[in-house]
Design a protein. Structure first.
Length: 520
């Protein structure tokens, strides 16, 4: 009888493993099965898993229409309310996220050649050392799903099937129209996979399925899943099931929307005319599509949390939600876009849940995208390379307050020495960075290169035009009253101190960045 019992036990075990590997987010296995799976995959002292969900052009206020984000991440984790991106532009920001370096050290300043894009990241061999290579070298399963770097793969001499170092799983659009969510081609681990215009081709939903399969794979290794959705970037195409939501909703009329008095703003802002009724209607339509497009991301959050729970991995996984940059619509009369240092463009959501992370907590210490890579490395027990400018955010993800912390965060925006990208205004009506053209039309709006900083209370910026802005965020959170023109000794002393700090921060590298940021 013993051989028969042994055979039966083996068959039952195999069936349990198969059921776990093929179950989906809507057919949950019994809790006992999930518990056995967790033990098989992890063990008592397992390294944590990571899900890093990065949206594209998300304004911080827009998360209010994402109920699953709130119930499953915000309410179950910690929010960093003063989290910023150093460059409010896709490729520079994503390069910083992958490497933990400010743009003045990655030298990726834009989305296009010669001073930015995938071609520059590839050409400078920055791919050889990223959070992916660090974690893969430490035994992690690594996977990137969705948007990588602008210009991939066409900006470099690589095939459409090219997979950068460090990524064990690679599901990234290599051709077509991923920003439109339909009619694109995926590089799925070196195999080109074409998708058309049917509802089940909707890119965010396709990525959702592939990430869930990655999460539930029967492996003893910990994993890092980087999920780069294109939502809500223009044209902000929603999934068909969400296309009729938010009827009548308008872009927020914040105090700085269609600002009446632009005194103190840079010349490039002051020349902007009042917002017309036609412009407002067009921008409101874009805003509604942005909210609609976020619903599939919210669905994804729910599905990924379910997949983590069903596979027994939820309790040992850090789930992080953020954006590569923010977005403005009408603030200071500016047309829809990014690439400014104003709060709408640089301050973005950062929410994390995971082992030891307090639930329902908000912390206000300064943090930013330069910190993502060293944070994941620290939580994984991996030493960050010496070139990293950022720091681990782990102390902010634990109860209590760190004894000391960064006092200023660097903001940058430039083109590099003597170069500017060519201007080809997009048909979407959302501005990507152009050269400065005629000062008479809103479509040519583009702020000059700048360097600035945020502190817990102030926002200070210096433009290449020699113009300056200083705002007291405690009394002026909408950044409407520029104090830089105040000639009183206290304000001038404050400006002098910020300018001196900025001088140290604009050239910092590695450990010198922390020293410059922490100085009181």
């Amino acid at each position: 009888m013993r051989p028969i019992r042994l055979l039966a036990a083996v068959v039952i075990a195999l069936l349990a493993v198969t059921a776990c590997g093929t179950s989906n987010a809507r057919t949950r296995p019994p809790r006992a099965t999930a518990a056995k799976t967790a033990g098989a995959h992890h063990g008592a002292a397992a390294k944590p898993n990571f899900v890093f969900l990065l949206t594209d052009d998300l304004d911080a206020s827009e998360i209010s229409v994402m109920p699953r984000l709130k119930s499953l991440l915000t309410d179950q984790g910690t929010t960093l309310s003063n989290y910023s991106v150093s460059v409010s532009w896709c490729c520079p920001s994503r390069s910083t996220t992958l490497r933990g370096q400010y743009a003045h050290n990655t030298q990726v300043w834009s989305n296009t050649a010669p001073n930015g894009g995938f071609g520059r990241f590839y050409g400078k061999k920055l791919e050889d050392s990223t959070i992916a290579t660090w974690l893969k070298g430490a035994g992690y399963r690594t996977g990137l799903f969705g948007k990588y770097l602008n210009g991939y793969p066409e900006q470099a001499p690589v095939a459409k099937t090219y997979v950068p170092p460090g990524w064990g799983t690679w599901v990234v659009p290599a051709a077509g129209s991923p920003y439109h969510q339909f009619n694109y081609t995926l590089n799925d681990n070196g195999k080109l996979e074409s998708h058309g215009s049917k509802p089940n081709d909707y890119l965010t939903d396709v990525l959702n399925l592939k990430v869930r399969s990655f999460i539930k794979a029967p492996s003893a290794k910990p994993f890092f899943a980087y999920v780069g959705v294109y939502n809500p970037h223009a044209p902000a195409t929603p999934a068909p099931r969400h296309a009729k939501l938010f009827k009548g909703v308008k872009a927020p009329r914040t105090p700085s929307y269609d600002e009446k008095d632009l005194t103190g703003k840079p010349t490039e802002v002051r020349r902007l005319p009042p917002v017309s009724k036609k412009e407002a209607a067009t921008w409101d339509a874009l805003y509604r599509d942005r909210l609609r497009s976020l619903q599939s991301v919210d669905d994804m959050i729910g599905d990924l949390v379910t997949a983590l729970r069903d596979s027994g991995r939820l309790d040992n996984t850090y789930f992080i939600f953020s954006s590569d940059n923010g977005f403005h619509i009408g603030q200071h009369r500016m047309p829809p876009g990014k690439n400014t240092a104003y709060v709408e463009d640089t301050r973005v959501p950062f929410v994390v849940r995971g082992p030891g992370v307090p639930a329902g907590r908000t912390v206000d210490q300064l943090a930013g995208n330069v910190d993502v890579a060293p944070t994941l490395a620290d939580l994984a027990g991996v030493k960050s390379p010496g070139f990293v400018d950022g720091r681990s955010l782990a102390p902010l993800m634990r109860p209590g307050t760190p004894a000391s912390w960064r006092q200023a965060f660097l903001l940058e925006h430039g083109h590099g020495p003597g170069t500017r990208p060519p201007l080809k205004p997009p048909k979407s009506g959302v501005l990507e960075p152009p050269e400065l053209l005629s000062p008479s039309t809103r479509e040519s709006f583009y702020l000059a290169p700048y360097e600035g900083l945020r502190t817990g209370r102030y926002f200070y910026v210096e433009y290449s035009t020699k113009e300056r802005e200083l705002y007291d965020l405690a009394t002026d959170p909408n950044e409407m009253h520029n104090l830089a023109g105040d000639r009183s000794p206290p304000v001038q002393a404050l400006i002098a101190s910020f300018s001196a700090r900025l001088k140290a921060m604009r050239t910092c590298a590695g450990a010198t960045c922390a020293a410059a940021e922490d100085a009181r």
